[in-house]
Design a protein around this ligand. Structure first.
Ligand code: FES
Length: 276
């Protein structure tokens, strides 16, 4: 884990409350894996003290990119920063997504700014298994809030949009799009030896609000599809010391076991997460 004061390379608005920020840190760039995160605050914080967690969204040489929404004091302050301003950053932290060797289709399901870790994951999936198809299913409240469509186009990843108000793409929630996509992907792969076998060629990765993750986990379980979730929780320390980020998981004996999202996650197998 690296702790460092780093300069901002870019920081710009995307759409709605969403922004993209890049900072220069060769050491974090080298160690980052898709799904891991950094804790970050301004070098001179204004109106807050604790660092905030952000998924690593991209790595480009020595530049680490994150995507964030302005939702509180810290992130609103981040939005005012310029190139050359400094951040105190530590990371990379947490567990990473599994890059499956057997998957023919990777489905990345995002709700709102939950899309943040997926550019990095999509790039690494393409390197790891170039013959697999990767599709991003992105859910937003409306078309003007949708982000990163062009970026996924540049890295040759399909991007399917779902909007709650039907202003563009599929009219409905992104999990409905997932149900269709899992069915289509499995049907395409069916020649391999039956539908059950085919669903096992699909790997689902999801990040977004908890109700969305709960539904994604249920769909994956119904279809017997491999699924990993990136959980979002309030964090204070980021390293397993303060217990703020506890989440309920299934223990091997069938009971409930509490784990720390920052240290044991943020990536969990969907089957292991206990939702309210
Ligand atoms: Fe402190 Fe996870 S944020 S234990």
């Amino acid at each position: 884990m690296i702790q460092k004061r780093v300069p901002i390379v870019f920081n710009h608005h995307l759409a709605g409350a969403s922004h993209a920020l890049g900072f220069e840190c060769a050491e974090i760039a080298r160690e980052a894996k898709p799904g891991t995160f950094v804790m970050m605050r301004e070098a001179r914080p204004r109106g807050y003290l604790l660092s905030r967690p952000f998924s690593i969204g991209s790595v480009d040489d020595d530049t680490v990119g994150i995507y964030y929404d302005t939702v509180g004091t810290a992130t609103r302050a981040f939005a005012e920063l310029d190139q050359g301003d400094e951040l105190d950053v530590f990371g990379p932290l947490g567990t990473s997504f599994t890059l499956e060797t057997w998957a023919r289709v990777n489905i990345l399901v995002a709700g709102g700014i939950g899309i943040a870790p997926f550019p990095f994951l999509a790039v690494e999936l393409a390197k790891h298994r170039p013959q697999a198809r990767t599709v991003v299913l992105a859910g937003f409240r409306s078309a003007e809030l949708a982000v990163l469509e062009d970026l996924f186009g540049e890295i040759d990843v399909e991007y399917k949009l779902a909007t709650d108000d039907g202003s563009r793409g599929y009219h409905g929630v992104v999990t409905e799009l997932l149900e269709r996509e899992v069915g289509d992907a499995a049907a395409c792969a069916d020649e391999a030896g039956g539908f059950a076998q085919a669903t096992r060629s699909v790997a689902v990765y999801a990040c977004g609000p908890e109700p969305m993750l709960k539904r994604v986990a249920a769909i994956a379980a119904e279809r017997d599809v491999s699924c990993e979730l990136s959980l979002e929780q309030r964090m204070a320390c980021g390293v397993g010391a303060c217990l703020v980020c506890a989440c309920a998981t299934r223990a091997p004996d069938g009971g409930t076991e509490y784990k720390m999202v920052c240290k044991d996650g943020p990536i969990f197998n969907a089957r292991d997460v206990v939702f309210e």
